[in-house]
Design a protein around this ligand. Structure first.
Ligand SMILES: *Cc1c(COP(=O)(O)O)cnc(C)c1O
Length: 228
């Protein structure tokens, strides 16, 4: 049987080959499991619950780059603002404004991704392609001095139909290209020296498809740590 270590090396190699970053999604997993990968060189870890993230951040090595990957409530931003390395799922202008406020309080710039709704399931969060344009128009008029928008994030429908998944990821890539061209290539949107370049898509069940469609960040939990 393939060991857990082999699985890590295998997925890391696939990510590297595609010039993508591997985010190890450690939600519900104990510190020992995180340290095991940390000791192999992994530094990017993703969590989806603020309290769990804060507890782990406090007790684990300080050079871990923590990503919050799931839906984020406005009233919880203050707890992660001092240290979070990337917020993956910004899905409203209101949330963006709260992140701005808390980043300013901490005298730092927080990088974020805008979550786009690409699935056919109503349970998933995210902005439509019209809403993301409206949000970008708004931040162009009223720039956010402490937030850098570095890319987009999306989750495909939970299905075994990889054609559908592939189509959904391709639509995210398309929206990414539109936003990049409209607001970052030809426009002088202040982004504090950060490039708009990330497409966070792909999980344990669909990362090869996501990488084929241009993912730059894969968020992998169960394939690395075992079932939750
Ligand atoms: C849990 C989670 C993942 C990882 O899921 P796996 O299927 O275990 O790889 C990725 N992204 C988000 C937003 C998650 O909540």
């Amino acid at each position: 049987m393939e060991s857990r270590e082999d699985k890590y090396e295998e997925i890391l190699a696939v990510a590297k080959k595609n010039k993508a970053t591997l985010i190890a999604v450690s939600k519900t997993k104990p510190n020992e499991a995180i340290l095991e990968l940390y000791n192999r060189g992994q530094r990017f870890f993703g969590e989806n619950k603020v309290q769990e993230l804060c507890e782990k951040q406090e007790s684990l090595p300080k050079d871990i780059l923590w990503h919050i990957i799931g839906h984020l409530q406005k009233n919880k931003v203050k707890y992660i603002a001092p240290f979070v390395s990337l917020i993956h799922a910004v899905d409203s202008i209101e949330l963006l404004k709260v992140i701005q406020k808390e980043a300013a309080k901490n005298e730092r710039i927080i990088p974020v991704l805008l979550q786009i709704y690409i699935a056919s399931e109503e349970t998933k969060f995210g902005l439509s392609s019209e809403e993301v344009i409206a949000l970008m128009d708004e931040v162009t008029v009223n720039p956010l001095p402490n937030v850098a928008i570095v890319g987009l994030m999306g989750m495909a429908t939970f299905t075994t139909d990889m054609n559908q998944v592939s189509t959904e990821f391709a639509s995210l890539k398309q929206i990414f290209s539109t936003i990049k061209e409209k607001y970052f290539d030809s426009n002088s949107l202040a982004n504090h020296g950060y490039e708009f370049k990330e497409i966070s898509m792909g999980m344990s069940g669909d990362y090869p498809v996501a990488l084929a469609e241009g993912s730059t960040m894969i968020r992998i939990g169960s394939a690395l740590f075992g079932a939750r």
